[in-house]
Design a protein around this ligand. Structure first.
Ligand SMILES: [Zn+2]
Ligand SMILES: [Zn+2]
Length: 175
């Protein structure tokens, strides 16, 4: 499936909504890429890790989910993840969908005519196939699965708060 290039969009939103703070000498501070065909549980995510004292962060958008949807959903997901990157890298705040995130989201939603950002990615994620909904106990984000899985943890929260290792505070519980 063909997908649109993300970097031009990233630069556009960076200048429109983030005062170019997410680039240094026009180079993105955060990598942006499409996932492979396996990422089917979330429309996108932001992750960061620390390598030799340097922070390496990345926005990954789900190719299998978003390539079937419209550009406005791609824009909305990218902007959502860019707010996570901005809260983490620029504000250096440890929050997921906290007050800084929400304030920025509302600001963008007021200005933006073509799409709106939400806290949850409420897209029609192949619901027939992925009929089980799990909720992260830490950030409240919802994920879709083919079956209930025991002891699965929210990847975003494990990456953001527990150095990428499994922690029961971010267990995903099923309805
Ligand atoms: Zn989020
Ligand atoms: Zn979480």
């Amino acid at each position: 499936m063909p997908v649109i290039p993300l970097l031009p969009l990233f630069h556009r939103f960076n200048s429109q909504y983030f005062e170019n703070s997410l680039t240094v000498n026009n180079h993105p501070l955060v990598k942006v890429r499409w996932s492979d065909n396996r990422l089917k549980t979330t429309a996108g995510f932001y992750k960061r890790k620390r390598i030799n004292g340097f922070i390496d962060s990345e926005i990954i958008l789900s190719k299998p989910i978003l390539s079937k949807l419209s550009t406005s959903e791609i824009n909305s997901t990218l902007c959502h993840e860019m707010i996570h990157a901005w809260v983490d890298r620029i504000l250096k705040k440890n929050e997921i969908h906290g007050p800084n995130f929400l304030e920025k989201m509302n600001q963008i939603n007021e200005k933006e005519k073509n799409f709106q950002i939400s806290v949850r990615h409420s897209f029609p994620i192949e619901r027939r196939e992925l009929k089980y909904i799990g909720t992260c106990q830490n950030c409240g984000e919802k994920f879709f699965y083919r079956k209930r899985i025991k002891n699965i943890a929210c990847k975003k929260c494990c990456v953001n708060f527990f150095n990428g290792s499994w922690n029961k505070k971010c267990l995903i519980l099923f309805d």
